[in-house]
Every structure is written in structure tokens, then in C-alpha cells.
Design a protein around this ligand. Structure first.
Ligand SMILES: Nc1ncnc2c1ncn2[C@@H]1O[C@H](COP(=O)(O)OP(=O)(O)OP(=O)(O)O)[C@@H](O)[C@H]1O
Ligand SMILES: [Mg+2]
Length: 353
């Protein structure tokens, strides 16, 4: 971690990449740089005579993400968001094009370079249950990335658990003993363990109940600030991206069709596809749009401190109602958690799901 942990390591020693080691001050060097990146998948032939179908999942993406930026990627299902993230993370290779992380090319990386990359860049996925090994205790899960780097097991686990809002007792338990939101906190703790610079989150709250979503978003918001991370955040839910990102790219059929500062893109969308996506954002998301996660967290804390909220869920509801009222949406005071859930499910089943 940036304040108490080991300093961020440069890829030094025997691992020094040929282009020199970028430090933490690489203001000019993008955290992530893509040039003409394409990814094609060949689908199996459907008959002996047919040519194999080619899916062009990512088309000619050129993009720079600055250090410390919170970058959002939105687009409908199948638009290529995850494929792009997998390539940025070294989990997949582009068919053509170049990818640099902190100035280092990764598209043809050796295992050693990928080891360096794993310390710099960590991922959080949508479904915490399937990304956490059910047979491992939380202590092992969180310290796994540390052990891989030769850092003593358990040395940071308690600290990381506290940073993500879990008690240190959690270390000895198994994933199934936690709720979905808690499991996602554990995933975040594991991602933070190697002290990365870059956090890549692929739909990190989409599988969570809406009452927990804001809490996990708040957590991501806090750790990105506290650990001075660069964030790449994917969601099909535009209101979620608006909470956490300061720049957004809209993907459609593998291409980035629009990119810009979050507020500008939401207030004045240029591309018809972006306009269509925004038109599908439901009423509640509208109400919460423009409310940053930090603001919601502050409202939640205020509701807990004041009268009217007996627990965190009630406080969150009050915070959301307040945000909605401020956004000028009628009927905010009467909104119940069930209504919120209903709104979201409609969203998920709609055109942007
Ligand atoms: N390993 C693969 N083999 C074949 N096709 C693939 C593979 N991975 C992705 N695709 C195809 O590439 C396209 C983009 O998929 P991708 O998973 O990147 O979309 P996405 O935007 O993340 O969608 P979602 O919102 O549903 O997660 C889709 O047509 C998908 O079927
Ligand atoms: Mg995806």
C-alpha cells in the first residue's frame, strides 16, 4: 500500500526491461497505452466446406490512460469490453497492435515480464464466488499474490482486511462464509496485496444486490484514492461508471465510438449509440447520476450519525433518497429498497444489459 507498505518496485535488477524503468513520477508516460489494438477470434467451422467465422471482438483501439486516472468503459454485452481488459492485463494477446503498461510493451510478454505486470496491475472480476478458491481460507487467498513474489505469507493480511472494511477474524474463514458484498471486499483485498499501481475492475458490482452495490463502489472509490491507483472500470450500467470514473469510453461492436470526460459525455452525448445507452438508464440511476460514491458515502455516514437510520442498509436508503430528491426526481421519499431492486432488474433486462 502506498502509505505503509513496501515502495512500488521498478522492474529493476535482472528484470529491467529494455526501455528503462519508469518510476512513479512518469507523468508523461501513460499508465496504459494501446495503439491500433485488434483481437479476432476464429469460431469453429460449422461444416467442412464453410470458412471459419471470425469474430472481430476489438477493432483498432488506440487509447492512453493517464496515471491516476479513473477510466470507465461502457457498452452493451458482447461489445468487447472484457476482451480489451484481458489484453490490457496480459491475459490475452492482441491479434495486432501494441499495448504498453507504464511504458513497457506487454503484447509479446515473457513470463518474467508478466510477473512484473502482475505486481503493477491487478484485477477484480464480476463474480467473487467463482474467482475465490472455495477450499482456501481468506488468509491464503489474500496472501497468494504475495507468496508468488516471495513476500512472507500473512504479513499484510490483517492490514488489508481492515482496509477493505472486514474484521481480522475473517482471515481464518472460507469464502462461502461471507455474503456477496463481503466476498467482493476480499477480492479487492487480494488485488491490493501486491501493492499494484493499476486496478482493473470488470463489472465488479453487477452480480451484487443493489443494497450492497453502493458500499462496494464506495470501497473501490476509497482504495483508488488511498492507494493512489489508476482505475479501469467496466460496466454496462452507466450510472455506476458515472459514480467512479472521470473519463468514459463507449464501446460498440469492438470499437470505441465515443470518449470523453464523464460529465461531458453524460450531459452532451455526441454519438447516437451513447444517446441510446443514456436513454435506457432508468429513473433511479438518473437520480443517482452525478452523485459521486464519496458523496453517497458521506450521506450514508451522516444518516447513520443522525436519527432515522438504525443500520447501514437503512442509512444507504436515506442517502439514496436524499440524492434523488436533490436531483429533482419526484417521489423520492417513498422509495423502498424493493423498488430500487425492481428498477435495477429492469435495467439489467433492458437494452443495455
Ligand atoms: N475466447 C473467445 N472465443 C471466441 N469468441 C470470443 C471469445 N471471447 C470473446 N469472444 C467474443 O468476442 C465478443 C466480445 O466479447 P466480450 O466478452 O469482450 O464482450 P463484453 O463487452 O465484455 O460483454 P459482456 O458485457 O457480456 O461481458 C463477443 O462476440 C464474444 O462472443
Ligand atoms: Mg464482459
Amino acid at each position: 500500500m502506498s502509505d505503509t507498505g513496501t515502495p512500488h518496485d521498478a522492474p529493476g535488477g535482472s528484470e529491467t526491461p529494455p526501455h528503462g524503468a519508469p518510476g512513479r513520477s512518469e507523468d508523461e508516460t501513460p499508465a496504459i497505452s494501446l495503439r491500433g489494438v485488434n483481437r479476432e477470434f476464429r469460431r469453429p467451422r460449422t461444416s467442412l466446406t464453410s470458412a471459419p467465422a471470425v469474430v472481430h471482438a476489438v477493432r483498432d483501439v488506440t487509447l492512453d490512460i493517464r496515471p491516476g486516472e479513473r477510466f470507465g468503459l461502457v457498452g452493451e454485452s458482447g461489445s468487447g469490453k472484457s476482451t480489451l481488459l484481458r489484453m490490457m492485463s496480459g491475459l490475452d494477446r492482441p491479434t495486432s497492435g501494441e499495448i504498453h503498461i507504464e511504458g513497457q510493451p506487454i503484447q509479446d510478454s515473457s513470463a518474467r515480464r508478466l510477473g512484473w505486470l502482475r505486481r503493477r496491475l491487478q484485477l477484480v472480476f464480476q463474480d467473487p464466488m467463482s474467482s475465490l478458491d472455495p477450499r482456501m481460507r481468506i488468509r491464503e487467498i489474500i496472501s497468494e499474490p504475495l507468496v508468488a513474489q516471495g513476500i512472507p505469507r500473512g504479513s499484510k493480511v490483517d492490514d488489508l482486511l481492515e482496509r477493505v472494511g472486514l474484521s481480522t477474524d475473517a482471515a481464518l474463514r472460507f469464502p462461502h462464509q461471507f455474503s456477496g458484498g463481503q466476498r467482493q471486499r476480499i477480492s479487492v483485498a487480494r488485488a491490493l496485496a501486491p501493492d499494484p499501481h493499476i486496478l482493473i475492475a470488470d463489472e465488479p458490482v453487477s452480480a451484487l444486490d443493489v443494497s450492497v452495490r453502493a458500499q462496494v463502489l464506495n470501497l473501490i472509490d476509497e482504495v483508488v484514492d488511498g492507494f493512489e491507483l489508476t482505475l479501469v472500470f467496466v460496466s454496462h450500467d452507466l450510472s455506476v461508471v458515472r459514480h467512479v470514473c472521470d473519463r468514459v469510453a463507449v464501446m460498440r461492436a469492438g470499437e470505441i465510438v465515443e470518449i470523453g470526460p464523464t460529465e461531458q459525455l453524460y450531459q452532451d452525448p455526441q454519438h447516437p449509440y451513447t444517446q441510446q445507452l443514456l436513454a435506457s438508464v432508468p429513473r433511479l440511476s438518473e437520480a443517482l447520476a452525478g452523485r459521486t460514491a464519496a458523496e453517497l458515502a458521506e450521506r450514508t455516514r451522516a444518516a447513520l450519525a443522525g436519527e432515522g437510520a438504525t443500520d447501514e442498509a437503512a442509512a444507504l436508503r436515506l442517502a439514496e433518497e436524499g440524492a434523488r430528491a436533490d436531483a429533482g426526481i419526484d417521489g423520492g421519499a417513498g422509495l423502498r429498497a424493493e423498488d430500487v431492486r425492481h428498477d435495477r432488474h429492469e435495467d439489467e433486462g433492458g437494452t443495455i444489459a
